[in-house]
Design a protein around this ligand. Sequence first.
Ligand code: 5AD
Ligand code: SF4
Length: 469
Amino acid sequence: MSTREDIIVSDDEMTRQEAFMHSVREMNPEADKKYTISTYGCQMNENDSEKLAGMLESMGYKHTDELEESDLILFNTCCVRENAELKVYGHLGSLKALKARRPDMIIAVCGCMMQQKDVVQHILKKYKHVDLIFGTHNMHRFPELLYQALNTDAAVADVSASEGYIAEGIPIKREHGVKAWLTIMYGCNNFCSYCIVPYVRGRERSRRISDIIDEAKLLGHQGYKEITLLGQNVNSYGLDLNDGTSFSKLLRGLEDAEGIERIRFMTSHPKDLSDDLIYAMRDCSKVCGHLHLPVQAGSNRILHEMNRKYTREHYFDLVNRIREQIPDISLTTDIIVGFPGESDEDFEQTLDLIRRVRYDYAYTFLYSKRTGTPAAKKSEQVSEEIKKARFDALLELQNSISREINSTLAGKQLEILVEGRSKNNISMMTGRTRTNKIVNFKGETGLTGRLATVKIEKTGTWSLDGSLV
Ligand code: 5AD
Ligand code: SF4
């Protein structure tokens, strides 16, 4: 069996980092320093931020939402689309005055954007008030890097070019008390032609199955009820371990994690979704009836240009096989509009695919040109105006489908996991069905973390209203 020692950070190195945590804590004897973390991008980044928060709390820092009273401001960045990058630059720029008033404050930037050399150079040159820069591949070294930043006036930048490690045992401060993110693998091997992720996150690296199951058991023991397994393409989990480990084996192995009532996962690449996984989803009682299956486009020509390695016919067949085994499954997807060269006919094919599949929900993105990816070199970029018009048309179609699907739930009794008070309306409690639909209902705060049955009374496009049964 593979021991995964090839890329797991050694115990000695983790002990070294603990020593740095201790040194930073000694510089903060009252344990009264405060930190803010701003997270951009996907759930994996959110999970990374929980680890960064965990390390900071171990170093005696306390969380605050107030930038003004922060001793450390950390941006965990995303570079999947240009928008997210521009926001980071905007926020960094606006901190210049605060840093001038509070020179002891540490401004740190980490995450995917920092895995790009030109971005790091740009920040070092244009944002001289930034104290610390590090990438995704060396996050476990944050204590050492922070210690250096606290003890020098120069900017500390460590964005080692290595392929990336797996660090086990980083302390973690989770955002939510009921449901937890659980990263099972890092990186991506797929090189979809529009996507920067494989360049900044490196090749696929799977955590040991035993480490994942132990973490799930610990979460169950700590009172978490739901876990979401995270990876850029969870369907290829385990392949790099070369010992027969697979994602379906992992799902089956997680069934007896005591206390965990629900298991979700994302993201699944259609080309790698096996019958074996469909059967595991069907058989495992804790695995929820929801699948996020990004299709990206509905035209075979564009799918080919995107290097997605499947056709619409293959995708339809996959959806049929999934629905045959799990009839009530809810399906969601990601779609990019305005990929270079996308014609009106190509876009019509995307609308047609949406009408046929009938997703419960679709995340729609305007194509964003990412330097270094093959699609960025294509000459026929689609105008912003056309992209926007296609985006609006797609949204309108999807909203009507979401509304129709949700309306069929009126009068039904559904199991929800109660997550707490609704953020939008604090007089209501909120929870999610196994199919990941939001249900708002009147109830006591004490129900948080419990499974409850609700009768659906009102249905909308994005959420449902119900009452406790
Ligand atoms: N432009 C727009 N959307 C993108 N995505 C990835 N790269 C880009 C890009 N360059 C979308 C894909 C992916 C989701 C996480 O982000 O739809 O599934
Ligand atoms: Fe990007 Fe494609 Fe990998 Fe998803 S599967 S992270 S879209 S390269």
